[in-house]
Design a protein around this ligand. Structure first.
Ligand code: XMP
Length: 579
């Protein structure tokens, strides 16, 4: 098998998923795992993950000498790449980072890059870079900003970019080349059927004859979980749907009806007032999610008591856990890299004193696996096609204080925006509200006026959650006001612009292109993304004319709206939801 050593990066489990998905056996180990354990596991190759550290930083995790002595091929990714470079006598420096979409140029042919063209797209998320290598090392690839984007030295390979994310389109080929051709691994396959059997056994054993409740939002994760739970527990599983008041227009009603068409009798719990009263004064974004998580669990505790249930089935999936728990390990608390990316309401939000047992059968699955499982359990196409909707609902999409006015406005705007954005087939699409308070005007390079027709860049006072170099960032939202020529640019140029804005201004994690302006107090940010697993995302290529018409409609219908814009940032450095 391939051993993946965890240096604290966000995408560690993406490496495992990628390899497993292609049929290779791979397991994640702590970075300081002993060589003797890897030997016992018959490891044929080692991958060093990315991480939020700088190699020269005090307390930065290092690779044990004994791992090198195993004499198996090693592939370092991002931080791992920099670590390997320093181990062989190279130098690493801090400089202009690259975040998200980047073009990479193959310099020489090497088996690692079999199947890659001379120029490919890759995904970057780094502040540091490898500056120099000993002359016996070979540079395999470069980007516009990073000369040593990939290298080989004996059996050691390093890549600065992330081959494990779906936005490095040929990344999986590189990982396959490493596993199959460099380490000599053979393929096997992920088995949905045995996953179902194992999960049913686990649920039955845990619940042990008593009853369980499952909260179904109507999204694919919780609905799939409900079907799995029904197979395991039959009438001893009680599905409920909680209306938080932050659902979209008429959504709760639709969800309960849709579930009933699947034969799932779902009880509707109205909790709008309870949620609103608890979050209305909470502006801190993490605290807001924590409070929402807590209200959820308290309601679930009450409902469980009413129905005599001791257990709760929860549809937490791997990305929720990764984004909520990365960074909470002890070693990271000691260093300056504290904190998680985003507290998902169902992970970081759970209070410790809950008296209900929680079972999370999907905890290790990625979205694509949930989809395979959903199909296997017979979930109809219309559910599979539904875009995800976060548990905290519209609360993740409201900047500043949550007020009834903002919630009502967002419900109406979302209704119109979804209708239009859907036409471009994104994986997820929505509208968010920000308060239109500009704190500063950015001084950007003059060249941007000519190249991308940028007229003005403003910064909103409201911060938003982003992720740069595997680290969470409470970042700024930039508003780009372009000339008309901008709207005729190739999409590739739009992607380059956003990448330039977020690299040049280190505190900026989002770029929104303003399409319509008026007088009012709220800005509407339209967001549509393409993604496979929601860990990384590309802004969906839209037609600007259609966004402008949508903007006009929103502005004419809602006088409190002062501008409408479309967000063009990739994840990273942004996240999908703004708040
Ligand atoms: P982010 O914003 O983290 O979103 O890039 C990734 C995916 O997760 C959803 N999301 C959440 N889902 N509880 C949820 O159930 C949450 O607290 C939460 N935050 C984000 C988001 O809609 C996207 O699909």
């Amino acid at each position: 098998m391939i051993a993946i050593l965890d240096f604290g990066g966000q995408y560690v489990f993406n490496i495992k998923r990628n390899l497993n998905e292609m049929g290779f056996e791979a397991e994640v180990f702590p970075f300081d795992v002993s060589a003797s354990l890897l030997k016992r596991k018959k490891v044929t190759g080692v991958i060093l993950s990315g991480g939020p550290y700088s190699v020269y930083e005090k307390d930065a995790p290092v690779l044990k000498e004994e791992i090198l002595e195993l004499d198996v091929p090693i592939l370092g990714i991002c931080y791992g790449h920099q670590l390997l470079a320093t181990l062989i006598g190279g130098k690493v420096s801090s400089g202009l980072g690259e975040y998200g979409f980047t073009e990479v140029f193959k310099k020489v042919d090497d088996v690692l890059f079999n199947g890659w063209e001379k120029k490919e797209i890759c995904w970057m998320s780094h502040g540091d870079r490898v500056e120099s290598l000993p002359s016996s090392a070979k540079i395999l690839a470069s980007t516009g900003k990073t000369k040593i984007a990939a290298f080989v030295y004996k059996k050691l390979y390093g890549v600065q970019f992330h081959p494990e994310v779906s936005h490095t389109p040929k990344g999986h080929i590189l990982l396959k080349n490493f596993a199959q051709h460099i380490c000599g691994e053979k393929k096997r396959s992920w088995d949905v059927k045995s996953f179902v059997e194992r999960s049913i056994k686990m649920i039955r054993k845990t619940v042990n004859g008593s009853r369980a409740v499952v909260a179904v939002s109507g999204g694919i994760d919780s609905t799939t979980l409900c079907l799995l739970g029904k197979r395991a527990l039959g009438s001893k599983l009680i599905p409920i749907h909680i209306d938080t008041g932050f659902m979209r227009k008429n959504e709760s009603e639709k969800v309960v009806n849709a579930l009933s068409s699947l034969g799932l009798d779902c009880k509707l719990i109205s909790a709008q007032e309870e949620f609103f009263q608890r979050v209305k004064d909470v502006e801190d974004l993490d605290e807001r999610r924590r409070v929402i998580g807590e209200v959820f669990i308290r309601i679930l505790e009450r409902v469980s008591k009413d129905y005599g249930c001791e257990w709760l089935l929860q549809g937490t999936i791997a990305p929720d856990v990764i984004e909520s728990t990365r960074g909470q390990s002890k070693r990271r608390k000691k260093s300056k890299h504290g904190g998680w990316i985003k507290l998902h309401h169902n992970v970081g939000g759970l209070p410790k004193d809950t008296n209900i047992g929680i079972i999370e059968p999907l905890r290790e699955l990625f979205k694509y696996q949930v989809r395979l499982l959903a199909k296997h359990l017979g979930l109809p196409e219309e559910f599979l096609r539904r875009q995800p909707f976060p548990g905290p609902g519209l609360a993740c999409r409201i900047g500043g204080k949550i007020t009834r006015e903002k919630v009502e406005l967002l419900k109406e705007v979302t209704d119109i925006a979804e209708r239009e954005l859907k036409k471009f087939n994104p994986s997820q699409y929505f509208a968010a509200i920000v308060e239109d308070e500009v704190t500063m005007n950015l001084n950007f390079p003059v060249a941007w006026r000519k190249k991308w027709f940028v007229n003005r860049i403003d910064i909103l006072s409201q911060k938003s959650i982003g992720v740069k170099g595997d680290e969470r960032l409470l970042g700024q939202i930039s508003l780009i006001k372009p000339n008309d020529e901008f709207f005729g640019l190739d999409w590739l140029e739009v992607l380059k612009l956003q990448s330039e804005v977020t690299s040049f201004f280190k505190d900026v994690c989002r770029a929104v292109v303003i399409t319509n302006e008026s007088k009012g107090k709220y800005g509407i940010v339209l967001r549509a993304v393409d993604t496979k697993d929601f860990m990384t995302a590309m802004p969906t290529e839209i037609e600007w004319g259609s966004i402008k018409r949508l903007g006009e409609e929103i502005i004419s219908k809602f006088p409190t709206v002062s501008f409408v814009g479309y967000e063009i940032t990739t994840k990273p450095p942004s996240t999908i939801e703004l708040f």
